[in-house]
Design a protein around this ligand. Sequence first.
Ligand code: GCO
Length: 442
Amino acid sequence: MNKISLPINSKMLKKEFIYGVATASFQIEGASDKRLPCIWDTFCAKENTVADGSNGDIACDHYNRWNEDIELIDSLGVDAYRLSISWPRVITESGELNPTGVDFYLNILKELKKRNIKAFVTLYHWDLPQHLEDNGGWLNRETSYKFAQYVDLITVAFGDLVHSYATLNEPFCSAFLGYEIGVHAPGKVGREFGKKAAHHLLLAHGLAMSVLAKNSPNTLNGIVLNFTPAYAVDDKSENILAASFADDYYNQWYIKPIFDGKYPEILQELPDNCHPEIHPGDMEVISHSVDFLGINFYTRSVYKASDDDYFEELPATGKLTDIGWEVYPQAFTELLQSLNERYDLPPIYITENGAAINDKIVDNDVVDQDRIDYYQEHLLAVNVAIESGVDIQGYFAWSLMDNFEWAEGYLKRFGIVYVDYESQIRTIKNSGHAYKTLISNR
Ligand code: GCO
């Protein structure tokens, strides 16, 4: 079926349920010469970091095409657009606002407002200014305070144009992928770094929440976390234990401090040199109340016990997307229900969900049935969670359009709009049409 449908009485068919599309600055903007360098510029310039050797210099050329891109967003009939602000575009090296960069976003925000599209702004989607990395980046506590200063300046500049602010996108990726296993910028490797970086990211979030409460009390302020639910390969107790350790290490690590003011207990089991440096008062800062929780979900992972580590992740099996991630929508429902049971949560927005498919454009058509199926199954999974009592108020497709997929470069396509990177022509895929129909049929 070429369409996405929901049960007729679904809350997700009510007008109040928000549908949107999401992007991130480094992944679409280009115009890297018109801002300060960031850690992803440096990372891309190194050998063997990005699969196709590409970078974000041009990307989707959104910097020059933002106007037509907003028209495209509007044509999909969505209620909201989730974008991120490039910190190195709006703040100079000496810490002042850069008017050219600020104007770029002001123009976008004004156009969205004119068209009645809610702006969901993410303040950090991984593009740390390089000069801050040169001072230690997220391993340096100072960076958290620099982040709060940037948030202070930019939120005043944006005034009332924004509907919602997320402090960080997926601190797990910044900390673990960037500072522990080094597959993302800045490419640092060492178990001793990951949790230190994570702590400073969470501290940055908490400090920024106070700034938002002061500067922007009327927006919906919160954070976006990603979850890859951990399943045991079977019900042997050692494998269940391994999966639960992995869940704490990768998932709960980022949510528990925010809602419970503490790290998971496995902290005690990590070697001393892997412990974050927690100053008195940090956990109170980090657990500042939030107006919403953004959840990004793509897939699950399966674990078994390991002889020489805390757990071993097994290769994905079953139906896989083009990036090798298992399609397992049931994990989405179970995740939402389990978080809802475990924590006292504010309203949830699904801030990212989507699939990489090896799309082909033929006669101006992209027949991406697998992506339509993915959206269908995952929207139903969200609906089941809502029916069981989880408060979910919106859903954003990742992504509006194909873009720079980090370590995979331009090889993986996540868009509901196809981008021809040579001509920069955008073509709505069948999934984009199906998403639009779902939204407009409400
Ligand atoms: C993330 C990021 C996005 C990615 C998407 C697909 O979740 O990793 O927020 O920037 O592009 O998730 O990997």
